[in-house]
Design a protein around this ligand. Sequence first.
Ligand code: 13P
Length: 224
Amino acid sequence: MIVVGNLKAYMTYKDIIEYKDNVPDNVIICPTSLYIPYFLNHKYQVGMQDISYYDLGSHTGDICAKQARDIGIKYALIGHSERRNKESLEEINKKVLKTLENNINVILCVGEEKGDNLEEKLTDQILSSLKGVNNLENVIIAYEPVWCIGTGVTPTNTQIENTISFIQSIIQDNFKQDVKILYGGSVDKNSINTLKQIDNIAGFLIGKASTDYKHLKEIVDSLS
Ligand code: 13P
């Protein structure tokens, strides 16, 4: 099972001192970019929470895929719902292409808000984000319903299973390939016991609960 911790902007330098040395092996941690160097050279992988679609150049405040690759980054979250309202679908697509071009794996986040037409929304997000991508070998899709992020609410296993099948069918129809699909949104040491029973799931993208290494370890242990 793939386990990704998205630390968002929860932690200060003081918080990460002990945390970074105690993260379980075999997970992917996406820290605040500023702290990434402290997270490298452990047994876990490190990912970006976002990435620029620019090449190296005069782009104040951006972190380019080439720079990330250079320092050892293997993954990048793209299109997280907490960023999507600041980004167009075209920009997300450009980020996906630039990230893959630099040999960094893309974790493409998709998900509906309450009241959205689920199938329309996901189809639009997935097809527009993956425009121009031919090989999905280095792409993971994270299904994160916006109404489940940080709310303590999760869909039922059947709802998640059906949505994952739906995403897999869009991918099959358009790319004739399979893709790994994660679930994210209020995954913690309690909800994981139910969520881990979902058949077609490749893993989990965890926010708040991943910022406590003991909590994260409990989740990882319960999956093994
Ligand atoms: P929570 O696990 O805090 O609900 O966040 C989910 C998320 O947004 C991970 O990217």
